[in-house]
Design a protein around this ligand. Structure first.
Ligand SMILES: [Ca+2]
Length: 318
């Protein structure tokens, strides 16, 4: 069985789908299908490292954690203390308690270290927050860790970025409204537009995009609440959503580990562009490095993702 090496780049603690995505990676690792190498945090929240580490400990795979040293421009810092991430960090065992715990190292340094030390199969990077860390990696120069630039390291050691971001209007959904707010730029892009532009412009390897309208149609994770509240992922879903939640980040985690598997298609290849106001566009183009993930049967996807979250990975995926 091919074991997929994973780096998990996340803004965990804000929306519970990051916790669900991390659970997918851990369940895949338990089944021998994945190996989590590191977690990097693309949020300034002082609770994010503790939240990620608590989940990693619950599943028995403790890995190094890095964090951006710059608060992303669109982060709402007043939200950190109200987030479910704070509750998980404060309640569950972890090494990164806000007061007196370890502090995560710089995310770009950790990314460079993990890539530079890699031998054998290439690494897949799941990117499910804003793009500050990956842009920082791509723009990084040679240093004491490696004589290679970030872009060279990525080209040599990364198989794929499995990235959640972008809203592409369709005929069926030409606009998204939350009350009187018209969402033209998707959240992960809007939090750091410049970094998103950098990633789509500079990535020398394929980027598979779990875009807004796909994850929105797939509701999962609530099943964990009934199963085991000692599981910090179950608690994340309970505190944040009291049940199922849209699966934006879980689509990226599934695709990173299992590819299209039984539930996704990725027929479109081309180029994603991010305008200066964060609005995304996609142009089909032969030889393009970007592709959009599509889901022909969202109900089927819900069933399969919930099965994986509860540890029942279909044999066809292994
Ligand atoms: Ca996220």
């Amino acid at each position: 069985m091919e074991k997929v090496k994973i780096i998990f780049d996340t803004d965990i603690g804000g929306d519970c789908d990051d916790a669900g995505a991390l659970a997918i990676v851990h369940q895949a690792q338990n089944a021998g299908k994945a190996e989590l190498l590191a977690v990097t945090l693309s949020t300034g929240s002082p609770y994010a490292a503790g939240c990620a580490d608590a989940i990693n400990r619950y599943y028995g795979h403790v890995v190094p954690i890095g964090q951006t040293k710059t608060v992303p421009p669109g982060d709402d810092v007043s939200f950190y203390p109200q987030s479910y991430g704070r509750h998980i960090c404060d309640t569950y065992e972890n090494s990164y308690k806000k007061d007196g715990g370890d502090r995560p190292e710089d995310a770009v340094r950790l990314l460079r270290k993990v890539l530079a030390n890699n031998t054998g199969d290439k690494i897949t990077i799941i990117v499910i927050g804003c793009n500050i860390n990956i842009a920082g990696l791509l723009l990084s120069g040679a240093d004491d860790i490696s004589p290679l630039t970030g872009t060279e390291l990525v080209k040599q050691q990364v198989r794929l970025f499995s990235l959640m971001g972008c809203y592409f209007p369709t005929e069926e959904v030409p606009e998204i409204w939350f009350g009187d707010y018209n969402m033209r730029a998707e959240f992960n892009i809007k939090v750091d537009i410049k970094s998103a532009q950098t990633v789509f412009e500079l990535s020398p390897v394929p980027v598979a995009v779990s875009h807004y309208l796909i994850g929105r149609e797939i509701r999962t994770g609530g099943i964990l609440i009934k199963k085991d509240r000692k599981n910090p992922v179950a608690e994340s879903y309970f505190v944040h959503s009291h049940g199922d939640r849209d699966s934006w980040d879980l689509v990226s985690a599934y695709y990173a580990v299992f590819g299209k598997g039984n539930i996704f298609t990725d027929s479109r290849v081309g180029v994603v562009s991010i305008a200066d106001d964060g609005v995304s566009s996609f142009e089909k183009k032969a030889g393009g490095l970007h592709r959009l993930i599509d889901c022909p049967d969202c109900k089927k996807a819900e069933r399969e993702i919930d099965e994986i979250l509860t540890g029942n990975i279909p044999k066809s995926l292994l």
